[in-house]
Design a protein around this ligand. Sequence first.
Ligand SMILES: Cc1cc2nc3c(=O)[nH]c(=O)nc-3n(C[C@H](O)[C@H](O)[C@H](O)COP(=O)(O)O)c2cc1C
Length: 333
Amino acid sequence: MTPSRALTAPQQALLDLLGRCTLPLMAAPMFLVSGPELVIACARAGIMGSFPAANARNIEVLDQWMAQTRDSVQQGNAQAAWSMNMIVHSSYDRFDRELELVRKYQPHIVSTALGSPKRVLDTVHGYGGVVMADVTTPTLARKAADAGADALVLVTSGAGGHTGHYHPFALLAEVRKFWQGPLGLAGAISQGVDVRAAQLLGADFVLAGTRFIAVQESLADPEYRNLLVRSQLEDLVLTKAVSGVLANWLKSTLEQAGFTDAQLREEKKIDFSGDIVAAPKAWKTVWSAGHGVGAIDRVATVADVVAELRQGYARTLQAEQQALETLLPRYPA
Ligand SMILES: Cc1cc2nc3c(=O)[nH]c(=O)nc-3n(C[C@H](O)[C@H](O)[C@H](O)COP(=O)(O)O)c2cc1C
């Protein structure tokens, strides 16, 4: 983190929110996996959580979810914050009604997927909120920055769900050349050491998705959680065939759904119109995970996962301190 960087008020507000967390970590929004219970549990564990608005099966349910989340997140900790993820693609027909609810319930952070963050900026800035955009390439990062996003999240190679394809070292370095604002890193963050490594590379915070699927508070099917406990890196397949966008999927669920090798090489068209929850039926039977899946060894609570990550982070800092004593004399500037 650069102390002298010039930040806008929403950017500073985000760094302040993160600074009050027990780790600079957000539980990433996940389709059909994250809901209010997960986000509220995150707040209780001292980190920020997020759910995709599209997880609520209709706008009335979303209204209830947002009311419940807003009211529960700050119980016991007035400083706690929450985030909601919105599809901003032009073919997503619930967008306007969701934006109305954003105005009503004012999540601290709104993150945008599949399009320009511009569509939510005025509304979110109007109540003092922060707009965060997920990007996978330097070009998309520039576009999101030009569109006025307050923070960028680099979704890198190995991420669960719709993944990026660039290595985190290289993507972070390229984006940091033109972006001094808050920067998050996502993709295979599953241990405390990963959080620290991301900071050393120049990220301000991280998002972890896969690590929060096999928690008791997620909406994931119990068999999905158990499968994650049993799975390792090599149990994943990278393909565009399921949703039209490059994503990592658990091989055994692709096989059960009857995907052939030829189909896995296919590219489908993106279409988010219609009923977003019923339409991508694939996500219900074919399950996604990121490269960090091997770190999951049991179904736990959000509090357990956060405690484990915090311990790992603290151990990393201690190891770093010891390493400085031996490494600095060996490798002086
Ligand atoms: C099952 C699953 C569903 C996801 N759904 C969404 C989504 O609806 N919107 C979104 O912006 N990102 C989604 N993501 C991506 C996550 O927000 C995050 O970028 C990713 O999980 C980070 O990589 P990791 O899983 O390796 O931690 C999803 C990820 C997973 C694993």
